[in-house]
Design a protein around this ligand. Structure first.
Ligand code: GLN
Length: 197
């Protein structure tokens, strides 16, 4: 089957996520058709969605203005998979602790923006992730800290005793950027564990 993968493209590292989904699909002898989402009307036809990093205040403003936010919420309500990374995680959270971010409430966590790596803004860490045999090379860039996790949220990975990858139903959220390495296993975990072929 061809997986229709919508990548929110109002801002952030869109092409890297498209390439990562294509790699993950190829590992399952499938193909992915990447649809860049900049306007409403496209999300309802997507099998899976990807919410990239970037600047969460900007992303939040644009998806509400363009009418995309309601469509993402409906996608999740229908049980269809989403991978939300870094700013995408912030926008997806129940609480972003910042009035400028109007969140989607699709991952029951509270996040603190820019709270990781006080000395260094960016770092890479080998991360043990639930369901993966070997550590994942996780790239953190001005990453959010998850400081509350709801009762139905599964923690998939922690760094420094803090959750950095979580699953809430069909939605996987990461504080780090899995699209910035060649390793497709997080995209695999988010999409091919739950997509019917
Ligand atoms: N610091 C950004 C924010 O708060 C997120 C950074 C990122 O996506 N790499 O929105």
């Amino acid at each position: 089957m061809t997986l229709r993968a919508g990548v929110l493209a109002v801002q952030g590292d869109v092409s890297e996520h498209g390439a990562a989904i294509e790699r993950a699909a190829a590992a399952h002898d499938q193909t992915a058709e990447v649809v860049e989402i900049r306007e409403s009307g496209l999300v309802p036809d997507c099998d899976v969605l990807l919410l990239p990093g970037g600047e969460s205040t900007t992303i939040s403003r644009l998806i509400h203005r363009e009418g995309i936010a309601d469509e993402i919420e409906a996608h999740v309500e229908a049980g269809k998979p989403v991978l939300a990374t870094c700013a995408g995680l912030i926008v997806s959270a129940t609480d972003a602790q910042d009035d400028r971010v109007d969140t989607l409430n699709v991952i029951d966590v509270s996040v603190e923006r820019n709270a990781f790596g006080r000395q260094k803004d960016s770092f890479e860490a080998p991360l043990d992730v639930e369901g993966l045999d070997d550590p994942f090379p996780a790239v953190f860039i001005r990453a959010p800290v998850i400081d509350y996790v709801g009762p139905d949220v599964e923690v998939l990975a922690t760094w420094d005793d803090r959750p950095v990858a979580v699953r809430d139903g069909p939605v996987v959220g990461t504080s780090f950027h899995p699209e910035l390495t060649e390793d497709p296993r997080i995209h695999d975990l988010a999409f091919f564990d739950s997509v019917e072929s």
